[in-house]
Design a protein around this ligand. Structure first.
Ligand code: C2E
Ligand code: MG
Ligand code: MG
Ligand code: MG
Length: 282
């Protein structure tokens, strides 16, 4: 009771910071072992064609099953991984596992694409495109079944390198999509000059659509822009039917969000697809 509320607050703050730093340090040292110890896990989220509701792809989203902290979301360790350079081995693992899963889907007659996320550091890896080509070949999967998502901010951070990577990816038939579109101010000329398959409008803009016409106009502008350049438009973070309706009327082609499915374990995608199809037909 001697402590003023302010001081108490201060004490709590420094203690929290201490725990935070210790946790970060522990995560950092554990991360380098995570692949070897098979603690990484791939989740996957369906992507739907708004025109006919068919499943067209599934996005791989990584999770880390930490023995002490439980399931850790990517937002808590991808940054960290980028700082230590372990990110590229994570990306390789994600790519390999995703290509393998997609190849199995195709063998079962489920002809959907698989989508993976790159970090900006991956763009600096010269052999990355060859690595993907090799993995596709090993698993007998056509390149056009692979979607590579590059965040708009990464594109802006490494413009020269990302341009050459995107060109090389597209040259072998891999689809490149700009992720989190609208957050990174990429210029129109980039969009036109690059051999992009499409853009994925960031979730924050989809969320704002419920707040009124002004926000809908912004999304509509992104859709029109992309369509005028003959690029596909994806939207992420669709949580209700109203958002779906509005996006569809704007001409947005593909959608992903909790309204269809949360990310599920990648092994469950084939049975999710079966159920989804049954529901469409009933
Ligand atoms: P992202 O690529 O933009 O992925 C979409 C994120 O939005 C995912 O979060 C997904 O679970 C979430 N989401 C999807 N639909 C909804 C919805 O309707 N409502 C809400 N509130 N959220 C929705 P997640 O899985 O936590 O991933 C966060 C970010 O971490 C990803 O954003 C991506 O940038 C990064 N990430 C995930 N996996 C990988 C990976 O394997 N490699 C790299 N480099 N980054 C990854
Ligand atoms: Mg993504
Ligand atoms: Mg995204
Ligand atoms: Mg996003």
């Amino acid at each position: 009771d001697y402590l003023s509320p302010g001081l108490e607050g201060y004490a709590a703050y420094t203690q929290d910071m201490d725990i935070f730093n210790k946790t970060q340090q522990k995560l950092l040292s554990d991360l380098s072992q995570a692949i070897k110890l098979q603690q990484l896990s791939l989740f996957s989220q369906p992507i739907i064609n708004l025109e006919n509701k068919q499943l067209i792809a599934a996005e791989s989203l990584i999770r880390w099953r930490h023995p002490e902290f439980g399931l850790i979301e990517p937002e808590r360790f991808i940054e960290l991984a980028q700082r230590t350079g372990v990110i590229y081995s994570i990306t390789q693992w994600v790519a390999k596992t995703s290509i393998q899963a997609c190849s199995q889907w195709h063998q079962q007659g489920l002809e959907i694409d698989v989508s993976i996320n790159l970090s900006s550091k991956d763009l600096l890896q010269h052999e990355f495109v060859d690595f993907l080509a090799q993995e596709l070949d090993t698993h007998h999967l056509q390149a056009s079944a692979l979607i590579v998502e590059i965040r708009e901010q990464a594109l802006m951070q490494e413009p020269v390198i990302s341009h050459s990577i995107i060109e090389r990816l597209a040259a072998i038939g891999i689809k490149v999509v700009i992720d989190d579109f609208g957050t990174g101010f990429s210029s129109l000329s980039h969009l036109r000059a690059l051999p992009l398959h499409g853009i994925k409008i960031d979730r924050q803009f989809i969320k704002l659509m419920n707040k009124g016409k002004k926000h809908q106009t912004l999304v509509n502008t992104m859709v029109d822009l992309s369509r005028n350049l003959h690029r596909k438009v994806f939207a992420e973070g669709i949580e209700d039917i109203e958002q779906e309706k509005v996006l569809k009327s704007m001409g947005c082609q593909y959608a992903q969000g909790f309204v269809y499915s949360r990310p599920i374990e990648i092994e469950g995608i084939a049975s999710w697809a079966k159920q989804w199809q049954q529901q469409l037909e009933s």
